[in-house]
Design a protein around this ligand. Structure first.
Ligand SMILES: *Cc1c(COP(=O)(O)O)cnc(C)c1O
Length: 381
């Protein structure tokens, strides 16, 4: 039986995943059922109806909670459904502060769906958060590293700042994963994930997760989960659980490959700038080194010396990096955020530099990845 003092990889493989009590199955089965036989009126075995609880989902929730060092985990149908459940904890009329360079979908959820009152600021600078602060600010939404510009936010400082003023600090930990960064240990209140990315890790499932330590906060989010019902199906939970078993070995390789790719890009004449928190010249390098590790993640962004035309020219030239949305899978992907994930904020101050290309560096042989980028960049001349 796994304990909380076991290491990360041990908990990734065993937490919430004891052999099945009925059959001894070593892998948590896909409980493809919507309802459960009740032993009598008001008497059941912990499961009544699939929206409220499912054993495969419960295993995933317990595993995530263990990895994030939280008491409670909650699974959702997507990262955005997880974010939505957290944002419903903010009452209309209350104010939020959001990083200006975060996931475009979070901004769209806030402005077009939740319609909450919020300001976007540069979260790497505490003074700009202080300047945007209002008496009714209740939540600070942090992403670190950010998508797609790899900005770094000092999570401990941000959480302390929010708590001094009676607000919560939520961290989107999608890019780092609990293998590299555990926001609750740094003082944050809530962690959200797009499990679609590294936790699932194989680009074959959509899911979201929330980890919380405080029982009252957990209860509020759990209420949205089982009342509104944006829950993942049992097969999806199985796939994420299966992905999480190898999270540690995958992340180590993602980090190693991304560092090599970042270094290669820095030395290429067609590249104007490289953003990777592992590089010594990244403005957030020291904060990242203190709050993340071992490693700086698998995402690298860079701008082309030839501007937007060169960036667009690069898109069709790679052999192994596939042009596509998303990130965090074992296969390498390349994306053009200004017209893809961040198209909804294009032309606004939140728009992404059209010369920027984002790489999700996979776990293929790194020599092949570097050679692929080399031939694609050389072909631009
Ligand atoms: C993809 C992503 C999301 C949204 O998750 P979905 O699973 O696509 O709903 C949220 N935050 C970050 C940082 C992401 O990369």
């Amino acid at each position: 039986m796994v304990t909380e003092s076991d290491g990360f990889d041990t908990r990734a493989i065993h937490a919430g995943q004891e052999p099945d009590p009925t059959t001894g199955a070593v892998v948590v089965p896909i409980y493809q059922t919507s309802t459960y036989a009740q032993d009598g009126l008001g008497r059941n075995r912990g499961f009544e109806y699939g929206r409220t609880a499912n054993p495969t989902r419960q295993a995933l929730e317990q595993c995530l909670a263990s990895l994030e060092g939280a008491r409670f985990g909650m699974a959702f149908a997507s990262g955005m459904a997880a974010e939505d459940a957290v944002l419903r904890q903010v009452a209309p009329g209350q104010h939020l502060i959001l990083g200006g360079d975060g996931y475009g979908g979070t901004h769209r959820l806030l402005s077009q769906v939740a319609k909450l009152d919020f300001d976007t600021v540069d979260m790497s600078d505490l003074a700009s958060v202080a300047a945007a602060w209002r008496d009714d600010t209740r939540l600070v939404w942090v992403e670190s590293p950010t998508n797609p510009t790899l900005g770094i936010v000092d999570i401990a400082a941000m959480a302390a700042f929010a708590h001094e003023r009676g607000a919560w600090c939520v961290v989107d930990n999608t890019f780092a994963t609990p293998f590299l960064q555990r926001p609750l240990e740094l003082g944050a209140d809530v962690v959200v994930h797009s499990a679609t990315k590294y936790l699932g890790g194989h680009s074959d499932v959509l899911a979201g997760l929330v980890a919380v330590d405080d029982p009252d906060r957990a209860q509020g989010i759990r209420l949205v989960q089982h009342v509104a019902g944006a829950v993942p199906g049992p097969l999806d939970c199985f796939l994420v659980l299966r992905g999480i078993k190898t999270l540690g070995v995958r992340m180590a390789r993602h980090c190693e490959n991304a560092a090599a790719v970042a270094e290669f890009l820095q030395g290429h004449p067609a590249v104007a700038s490289v953003r990777y928190p592992g590089l010594a010249d990244h403005p957030g390098h020291h904060v990242a080194a203190a709050q993340m590790g071992p490693g700086f993640g698998g995402i690298v962004a860079f701008t082309l010396a030839g501007g937007p035309g060169a960036a667009q020219g690069l898109l069709g030239r790679t052999r192994l990096f596939t042009l596509g949305e998303s990130l965090g899978g074992v296969e390498s992907l390349l994306s053009y955020p200004s017209a893809m994930s961040h198209a909804s904020v294009a032309g606004t101050p939140l728009g992404v530099d059209p010369a920027l290309v984002r790489l999700s560096v996979g776990i293929e042989d790194v020599a092949d990845l570097v050679a692929d980028l080399a031939q694609a960049l050389d072909g631009l001349r």
